[in-house]
Structures are given as structure tokens and as C-alpha cells.
Design a protein around this ligand. Structure first.
Ligand code: NAP
Length: 254
């Protein structure tokens, strides 16, 4: 039997990159998956999963919106009968900002999606996962939730926030049988990274330099993060909670 059969997962930001790869992997492991995103392209990702024999649906969902969260969680439960797994993945890079002239609006926007969105996910999905008798929450942080990067203060603050929000939730919810862990990808080949590099005049040089900063000499693939997420969702990770799973080709080992 597939390791997640009978389980129901909700994955945010699932139209693209890491979220789409995670949804595909969770479905391949037997979970029914509700993909959500603010981008309708998630519908196609869900349709492909179904065409490949998996169980999946899609719902438009802005993770900064309380009503959207309430509706997405209800949708997962009404379509699939329960909720066991939440992957808080939606996020934005927010672009490059020097602190000396960082606008407050840009700061708020990045914190709102990357950190408030994760809080809202815990707040709305937590009671449903508890009602199912426990489960697993995976929050996507970053290597930049562990080490800093110039020009990315708000992103680093948001991801550092996710790292410790995860540990606080893990402590509160251990008695409920809900494990809460964070995943910390290095640079992964997704639109989030390619668009950020495309905005820079020195984008090509930057790409080469960033790849060299990973001891394995390359960016990661979305699939490599999806695999880590599915592991944390499964019973193979039954004694793992409050942990930081770093998947970064050695970036933070230096
Ligand atoms: P991606 O390819 O840009 O996918 C992110 C998805 O989230 C997009 O479809 C995006 O829609 C959606 N999204 C953004 N804001 C949203 C909102 N408010 N509500 C709902 N959906 C929203 O990015 P990715 O690289 O897969 O990133 C996924 C997660 O991994 C993020 O949390 C990111 O910070 C984290 N991460 C990525 C890397 C990396 O190198 N790629 C490294 C470490 C951590 P739009 O296209 O409309 O924005």
C-alpha cells in the first residue's frame, strides 16, 4: 500500500515550482491532494495528477486572506472527507531591497505572504487536522530562514519567522498528534528564482555565482524538495517534529 493512502493533503502555492512538485509526489504516494494557489495554472497541475491516476482538486486561494483559508480548508474536508497534511508553501521573493531605502509597503507584502500566510494556514487547518486525530504540517522556510542575504532583509525575516513559528507550533501540537516541521531549500530552479535573476542586469553572472555557492555545484530541482516534503508527511517521520530539514546541496554546511 502507498505510504500516504487514505490521507488528505492541502498544498498552497501548488500552481508552480516546489508546490506543484510536492502535490505530485504526495499524490503518487497515495494522498488525495487539494492544490491551491492564487494562479489558476494550478488547475492544470491538478488535472495532470488526475490523468496520471491520482486524486486531486484545485481551488483559487490567496494565503493572505482569512475567508480564502476558511473556504480552502472546508473544500478539502467536503471533497475528501478529512484533512491530515498541510504544506504551507506559497511564497514570494519580493525582489531585491536595500534596507536604507526599503519601502514599508514592500516589507509588509513579503511578511504578509511568507509569514502571515503560514500563521493563517496553521490557524485554519490546525483544528481540522486535530479533528482527524493528528497529522503533519510542513512549512516551507528557506536557507534564508537560517542565514542572511544582503538585499533580502524582509525575505530573511519572513523565513526566519517561519522557522521559529514552526517550533512553537510543534510544541503546542505534539499532544494532539500533529507534527510540525520546516523545510529549508537551497536555491531551487523555479520561476521564483529565474524571475528574480531575470530582473537583474547581472542575472547570468549571479546565477553562476549562486550555483557555485552550493558545494554540489548546481541549483536543486523542485522534485528534490517535493520528496523531502512527502517524507515529513509520512509515518516514516513519526518521531520528527519541530525539526529543520535542510535540503540545500551543502549551502549552509560551509
Ligand atoms: P514559485 O515557482 O514562484 O511558486 C510559488 C507559487 O505560490 C506561485 O504559483 C505563486 O503565484 C504562489 N503564490 C504567491 N503568493 C501567493 C499568495 N498570496 N497566495 C497563494 N499563492 C501565492 O516559487 P517556488 O520557488 O516554488 O517557492 C515555493 C516556496 O519555496 C516559497 O515559500 C519560497 O519562498 C520557498 N523557497 C524557494 C526557494 C527557491 O530557490 N525556489 C528556496 C527556498 C525557499 P504567483 O506566480 O502568482 O506569484
Amino acid at each position: 500500500m502507498a505510504r500516504l493512502s487514505g490521507k488528505v493533503a492541502l498544498v498552497t502555492g501548488a500552481a508552480s515550482g516546489i508546490g506543484a512538485a510536492a502535490a505530485r509526489r504526495l499524490a503518487r504516494d497515495g494522498a488525495s491532494v487539494l492544490l491551491t494557489d492564487r494562479d489558476l495554472a494550478g488547475e492544470e497541475v491538478a488535472a495532470r495528477i488526475v490523468a496520471d491516476g491520482g486524486q486531486a482538486g484545485f481551488r483559487l486561494h490567496d494565503v493572505t486572506s482569512h475567508p480564502d483559508w476558511a473556504a480552502a480548508v472546508e473544500h478539502a474536508v467536503s471533497d475528501f472527507g478529512r484533512l491530515d497534511i498541510l504544506v504551507n508553501n506559497a511564497g514570494i521573493s519580493g525582489g531585491r531591497h536595500e534596507l536604507m531605502d526599503h519601502s514599508y509597503d514592500a516589507w509588509r507584502q513579503i511578511l504578509s505572504v511568507n509569514l502571515d500566510g503560514v500563521f493563517l494556514g496553521l490557524r485554519h487547518a490546525g483544528p481540522r487536522i486535530a479533528a482527524a486525530g493528528g497529522g503533519s504540517v510542513i512549512n516551507i522556510s528557506s536557507i534564508l530562514g537560517k542565514v542572511g542575504l544582503g538585499g533580502a532583509a524582509a525575505y530573511c525575516a519572513s523565513k526566519g519567522g517561519v522557522t521559529l513559528l514552526t517550533k512553537a507550533a510543534a510544541l503546542e501540537w505534539a499532544p494532539l498528534g500533529i507534527r510540525v516541521n520546516s523545510v529549508h531549500p537551497g536555491f531551487i530552479d523555479t520561476p521564483l528564482v529565474s524571475n528574480a535573476l531575470a530582473e537583474r542586469e547581472d542575472g547570468n553572472e549571479m546565477r553562476v555565482a549562486l550555483m557555485a555557492a552550493h558545494p554540489v555545484g548546481r541549483f536543486g530541482l523542485p522534485r528534490e524538495i517535493g520528496d523531502a516534503i512527502a517524507f515529513l508527511a509520512s509515518d516514516e517521520a513519526s518521531f520528527i517534529t519541530g525539526a529543520e530539514l535542510v535540503v540545500d546541496g551543502g549551502y549552509t554546511a560551509q
